[in-house]
Design a protein around this ligand. Structure first.
Ligand code: G1P
Length: 276
């Protein structure tokens, strides 16, 4: 059973400067809710209750967000504004949070390896909070769709989406054989290939389920694209043994690591929350 969800959250968020100068990018709000809270709610919806967050310098606001603010509680209790805190109180009571710091920024693979101390020896999920996903009304959240696939195949799972061929250089890209509708046994994966070198247009989005052997593989993974330790390269080692499955998810994803995606997500959630 998957219980733990790892959130790599040490990155600088340079594309959102100056907003991210003193505020973690994971705390940028879409409407009134920070990105990372959407991620935690997705994990909770999938049945996970142990959140493990890899932070870095300047990220203390994340810890404060998932904690009680006594002063605020005192001020707001019994007033008409109390309902604003309902969702976050709910999250805080339903799950636990633990934190560790990534001291040097050496890539997503390195960030995940830093989280080993919080995960231990079990399979776990990973959410990259700047990929904001909205539930499919029937299939549920992306992570819960992936857990169903994990329960069947018992290996590492990545979520994929078809992207424009010109955009393959923004993603890890997979190749593989379709073993059931929308589910692929991965045979190859490449980190951010130029369109002419991309095996397909099936891009990995920021959701993973990883089996515990990934940590030992990461320890031996050399820096790859951009001189960083890439999770895609470590997963390729598992894929060579037939141990990675990719699933096309149902639902919507917004790349909130880009201004365009962030604005798109804001409009989408605004229309859903306030205009219906
Ligand atoms: C990371 C991964 C990439 C994946 C992407 C999903 O890249 O390295 O393989 O496709 O997340 O968002 P980043 O967006 O951190 O550059």
């Amino acid at each position: 059973m998957i219980r733990k969800c790892l959130f790599p959250a040490a990155g600088y968020g340079t594309r959102f400067l100056p907003a991210t100068k003193a505020t973690p990018k994971e705390m940028l709000p879409v409407l009134t809710k920070p990105l990372i809270q959407y991620g935690v709610e997705e994990a909770l919806e999938a049945g996970l209750d142990t959140m493990a967050i890899v932070t870095g310098r300047g990220k203390r606001a994340i810890e404060d967000h998932f904690d009680i603010s006594y002063e605020l509680e005192h001020q707001i209790k019994g007033t008409s504004k109390e309902h604003y805190l309902t969702e976050i109180r709910d999250v805080i009571t339903k799950c636990t949070f633990s934190y560790t710091r990534q001291v040097e920024m050496k890539g997503l693979g390195h960030a995940i390896l830093t989280g080993e101390t919080l995960i231990g020896k079990e399979s776990f999920a990973v959410i990259l909070a700047d990929d904001l996903c909205d539930n499919d009304s029937e299939a549920g959240g992306v992570l819960s769709q992936m857990i169903k696939v994990y329960n069947k195949y018992k290996c590492s799972i990545v979520a994929i989406e078809e992207v424009h061929k010109k955009d393959t250089n923004k993603y890890g890209v997979i190749d593989g054989e379709e073993i059931e509708n929308g589910v692929f046994r991965v045979s190859d994966m490449v980190e951010k290939p130029d369109p002419e070198n991309a095996p397909t247009n099936m891009a990995i989005i920021g959701r993973y389920i990883l089996t515990q052997d990934i940590f030992d593989i990461l320890k031996d993974t050399k820096p790859g694209k951009s001189g960083e330790v890439q999770i895609t390269d470590a997963l390729l080692e598992q894929a060579k043994q037939g141990n990675v499955v990719a699933c096309k998810f149902k639902g919507k994803r917004f790349d909130c690591g880009s201004i365009d995606g962030f604005v798109e997500a804001t409009n989408y959630f605004y229309n859903r929350e306030y205009n219906e």
